[in-house]
Design a protein around this ligand. Structure first.
Ligand code: ATP
Ligand code: MG
Length: 334
């Protein structure tokens, strides 16, 4: 049987955070030996709401690559591909535009929410509004079987499946219908208590945060707003400090004991946060160390990107040969 394929990625809008880790990175690392894995640094997608500052992307491409290597993605297994260096993606996006209606795009709940957050209204750039189409092309060009993502991406995977079905029924079975794979935490809340940790919301703990920044972010976290004094009984459910404890503190007995005391008003927020800081520090220290080792060798990281992109482009070119043939657009060789 052929090895199944993974495609997923991130927008290079800043370094990666804990939400990326639990939502997607952890699954990528776990599955990289089993699947033929391609990880896309989606700079074209990032451009859709950063086109006034394209110069920011280059730096962030490197930051994201460093985060990948730091969490344990192995370049010989997980090929890191830079999206803008695969022009075939733009071509497939163009063909896909015919297979999607305005009505469908307008229904996408994630894009709707992102348009609201950015206060675009009707002035939303078409590129941003239509990014699910380019994302469908990313997934389809790699013929990915599996797409490890956070919950906000489920509408994009559904959209991709629809486009693939439509393509295959119109032109012949060329493309593969992908499945989404959610992380153990499908959506990690932000430090401010909002439902999603997100680079655009400035509520993140980054994988690369140094200890003193980590401490500051943890100590500043939103907790239980109904609790004024450490002696008031507190709420554990929906409290992001405890959500993070559940996810990142491997000492389950300690977490249970803290919850117990919190509910009874027998522990202050400072102590709960201090223990969370320690747990996160144990988790992040080795990641930070590996990151620093790669950051000291920027040429090596660049080579990893060049090689990953080369391999990714070969896959994209092969798919496009099939796509053009299926669409009867291969009038002559070029
Ligand atoms: P931006 O605000 O620039 O969109 P982002 O934080 O949403 O940044 P993306 O690059 O859009 O990050 O997302 C990359 C991947 O990480 C996606 O699969 C997404 O679902 C996942 N992800 C991002 N934030 C979270 C989160 N808080 N919890 C779980 N998964 C997440
Ligand atoms: Mg996003």
């Amino acid at each position: 049987m052929e090895t199944k394929r993974i495609l997923t990625g991130d927008r290079p809008t800043g370094p990666l955070h804990l939400g990326h880790y639990v939502g997607s990175l952890k699954n990528r690392v776990r599955l990289q030996d089993e699947y033929d894995t391609y990880i896309l640094i989606a700079d074209l997608q990032a451009l859709t709401d950063n086109f006034e500052h394209p110069e920011r992307l280059g730096h962030n491409v490197m930051e994201v690559a460093l985060d990948y290597l730091a969490v344990g993605l192995k370049p010989e297994r997980a090929k890191i591909v830079v999206q803008s260096k695969v022009p075939e993606l733009a071509e497939l996006t163009f063909y896909f535009m015919n297979l999607v209606t305005v009505a469908t795009l307008e229904r996408n709940p994630t894009v709707k929410e992102e348009i609201r957050q950015r206060q675009f209204g009707r002035r939303v750039p078409v590129g941003f509004w239509a990014y699910p189409i380019s994302q469908a092309a990313d997934i389809a060009i790699f013929k990915a079987d599996l797409v490890p993502v956070g919950e906000d991406q489920l509408p994009m995977i559904e959209q991709t499946r629809e486009i693939v079905r439509r393509f295959n029924s119109l032109y012949g079975r060329v493309l593969v219908e992908p499945e989404a794979l959610l992380g153990e935490v499908a959506r990690l809340p932000g430090t401010d208590g909002s439902p999603k940790m997100s680079k655009s919301l400035n509520n993140c703990i980054y994988l690369s945060d140094p200890p003193e920044v980590l401490r500051k972010r943890v100590m500043g976290m939103f907790t239980d707003p109904t609790r004024i004094h450490a002696t008031d009984p507190g709420h554990v459910e929906g409290n992001p400090v405890f959500t993070y404890h559940d996810v990142f503190n491997p000492n389950k007995a300690e977490v249970e004991e803290l919850k117990e005391r919190y509910r009874k008003g027998k522990v202050g927020d400072v102590e709960v946060k201090e223990r969370l800081y320690q747990a996160l520090e144990r988790f992040l220290a080795p990641i930070r160390e590996r990151r620093a080792a790669f950051a000291a060798k920027p040429n090596e990281v660049r080579e990893i990107l060049i090689e990953g992109t080369r391999k990714g482009r070969l896959v994209a070119q092969a798919t496009m040969e099939e796509v053009r043939a299926a669409m009867k657009l291969n009038y002559f060789a070029t």
